[in-house]
Design a protein around this ligand. Sequence first.
Ligand code: AMP
Ligand code: ZN
Length: 109
Amino acid sequence: MNCIFCKIASKEIQSRIVYENERAMAFYDINPQSPIHILIIPKKHYENLFEVVDKEDSDAILDCIKRVVETLGIKHYRLVSNAGKGAGQEVFHLHLHFLAGKVFSAKTV
Ligand code: AMP
Ligand code: ZN
């Protein structure tokens, strides 16, 4: 499968990794939409949250979120997951956008 995030997970493609555990990793988005923009992915390929994610993988994702918050001393953040083309998903490997480093003016939800 020609999936860029699988290649990032296997280190075939380089990324700026913030934290990783056995099943998930956090790395900086190449095209940041806020001063801190990190992507959190499971290393296993899932298209998005429409798929049933193994508990070990969802736990690993939650661990990444916590460790990013601790490591970077984050005070507040926003998490976004685009699931499906209609939501703007462009890379079809499950990922959470972790956005921080500013006061968010507009609330979308
Ligand atoms: P989405 O539109 O929700 O599918 O988000 C895909 C995200 O992946 C975008 O924010 C891109 O900037 C980001 N992205 C694509 N390729 C890379 C890469 N090689 N390294 C880091 N981020 C990437
Ligand atoms: Zn993938």
